[in-house]
Design a protein around this ligand. Sequence first.
Ligand SMILES: Nc1nc2c(ncn2[C@@H]2O[C@H](COP(=O)(O)OP(=O)(O)OP(=O)(O)O)[C@@H](O)[C@H]2O)c(=O)[nH]1
Ligand SMILES: [Mg+2]
Ligand SMILES: [Zn+2]
Length: 270
Amino acid sequence: MAQPQATGAWRLLERLEPFNQLARVGGDGVRQLYASNVDTALLVMGLDGDFNPRRLERYLGLAASAGVAPVVVLSKADLCPGAGRKVEELEARLRPLPPILLLNATDPACRGALQPWLGAGQTLVLLGSSGVGKSTLSNTLLGVQAQVVGGVREDDSRGRHTTTARSLLQCPDGSCIIDTPGVRSLQAPLDEEALAGSFADIAELAARCQFRDCSHKLEPGCAVRGAVANDRLLNYHKLQREMRRTEQTALQRQQQRREWKVRSKASRRR
Ligand SMILES: Nc1nc2c(ncn2[C@@H]2O[C@H](COP(=O)(O)OP(=O)(O)OP(=O)(O)O)[C@@H](O)[C@H]2O)c(=O)[nH]1
Ligand SMILES: [Mg+2]
Ligand SMILES: [Zn+2]
């Protein structure tokens, strides 16, 4: 919090604690911070060769682990004719179902589509692989070419890691956009609560399994197997294994999310 002075300078009054923090787990097992005080995470996935529901489930876990509302942005809708089917695939698969937007990131109409999440005081972070159009979308929302954009490889749609640092950009409407570099591999800092938050179908069905500690693998009387798409269940098991490897910090993260909730309310009041 800062106060403008008669001289035109600002005087720093107080440093507030962040009300949430989005982070991933790096290759070395250490948490890497993306951004703090975020209202919405735009999870950007290209409808070209980048489309991958499993990876999206990881990003949804990452948003859930910070308690940030996710919005799925499927970019390059103008280049990919079968886009409708991919949306249906995600709609059938994801629970809870986040908002899913089909966008051409170069089209100013994006601003209209994202209207519910934009506006003064709103902070959005763009997350996704290299080349999916995070910087392109930032520029479209800003209305100026602030961020450098790069091309993608023809054969596999991979980007060229054009953006190398995070930037906080202010839109004319007062929203803040955080553009980030594309990540190569993503491990979300998950805990039981965050995993259940992004796999609500499994969490719900598990209550009806015959065994309370059912792992939904081979046990008889499992209510999850068969009811949830096999690929989703396999991904769930994979994320759960990763989570167990970093479990000592999971309880701390749950505790931290609780603190963030309280702080978020308090700082919004202020
Ligand atoms: N036709 C079309 N091209 C797009 C769209 N989104 C991005 N592109 C193109 O895809 C390429 C990569 O876009 P960038 O915005 O640089 O991608 P990025 O996600 O910022 O990539 P990194 O900074 O490397 O992480 C550029 O050539 C863009 O013009 C889209 O919706 N439609
Ligand atoms: Mg970029
Ligand atoms: Zn089960």
